[in-house]
Design a protein around this ligand. Structure first.
Ligand code: NAP
Length: 284
């Protein structure tokens, strides 16, 4: 790493409790590999200070920043431009700064879908997706799947109203009509899972404090399915472990993190991401 000085281009991840983020190791490995005088670091920001922090950042030597919970929606108020996909998703997780101008992107959906396409050879327009959850991660992923013409997308959520709202937003913003909202608790999910090729968990069921739980009944799994989880800690959630035991192809959320990192690196530097160095930095 080059010594940090006034010339160093700064990049930060802003969140409320970001101390455990793996992004700094991954992005600093990329900057080192490309011999760029950039430095990426985490900053804990309480929601009430987001506007002040962003105003300060825009006046300093920052190339951009990443946003995580709970700032992805609030940040949109403070940006000069928003990329069309981020606008449709309704949240921003990556900002590029050019001469004080803030431009927002959302790489969550793109990162996840690219990891499926490249690592698992899943083509959106040839598959039916069963997505569990209707929060921020689901919104990014389902909007991206819809904009890539997925054959059909089931959205199963604990709160049915949120799944219905998300389906309606996708219909309105993307013009995509094949989203079906389902109630995670009461619908007879087995028949929808049977009709699907790819299962995606976008809830936090599987990570602390729910690390001993699966978001769906694992007896629904069959070996022909690809099963993905946005969670990467633990490495194998209960859902992914059960899927592996059934012989399914599985992928955890590290792929999403990595592919988002590649996209963010390219947004900030305009250079191709050093993929091997970034992947190695994520190995525990
Ligand atoms: P969010 O907006 O708060 O949404 C949470 C979702 O989980 C909602 O659908 C919620 O259902 C559901 N849920 C929460 N507790 C539940 C429970 N006890 N039973 C059933 N469903 C429950 O959160 P998010 O931003 O989408 O993040 C979700 C996950 O994605 C987190 O684990 C996060 O770490 C992960 N993530 C990973 C990456 C990556 O790079 N790998 C990137 C972004 C996010 P209700 O609507 O009913 O509340």
């Amino acid at each position: 790493m080059q010594e940090i000085g006034v010339e160093t281009k700064l990049v930060a991840i802003l969140g409320d409790d970001v101390g455990h983020s793996k992004s700094p190791s991954m992005l600093n490995a990329a900057f080192r590999e490309k011999k760029l005088n950039y430095y990426y670091f985490p900053i804990d920001v309480k929601p009430k200070y987001l506007a002040d922090v962003v105003r300060g950042i825009s006046k300093m030597n920052f190339a951009g920043f990443t946003l995580t919970m709970p700032h992805k929606i609030e940040i949109m108020k403070y940006l000069d431009e928003i990329d069309p996909l981020a606008e449709k998703i309704g949240s921003v997780n990556t900002v590029k700064i050019i001469e004080g101008k803030l431009i927002g992107y959302n790489t969550d959906g793109e990162g996840f879908v690219k990891s499926l396409e490249i690592e698992k050879n899943i083509k959106c327009d040839e598959n039916i997706f069963f997505v569990i959850g209707a929060g921020g991660a689901s919104r990014a992923i389902t909007t991206t799947l819809a904009s890539r013409n997925a054959k059909k997308i089931y959205i199963a959520n604990r709160t049915l109203e949120k799944a219905t709202n998300l389906s309606n937003i996708i219909k309105e913003k993307i013009g995509y009509k094949n989203c079906i909202p389902l109630n995670l608790g009461t619908d007879n999910l087995i028949k929808y899972v049977k009709n699907s090729n790819v299962i995606i968990n976008t809830t936090n069921i599987g990570m602390h404090p729910y690390e001993d739980k699966s978001p769906i009944d694992t007896s629904f799994l069959r070996k022909e399915l690809t099963v993905a989880d946005v969670i990467y800690s633990p490495d194998r959630t209960v859902l992914l472990q059960a899927a592996l035991e059934k012989g399914c192809d599985v992928i955890n959320g590290k792929g999403m993190l990595l592919y988002q990192g590649y996209i963010a690196f390219e947004i900030w530097t305009g250079l191709k991401a050093p993929k091997v160095a970034m992947k190695e930095a994520l190995i525990d």
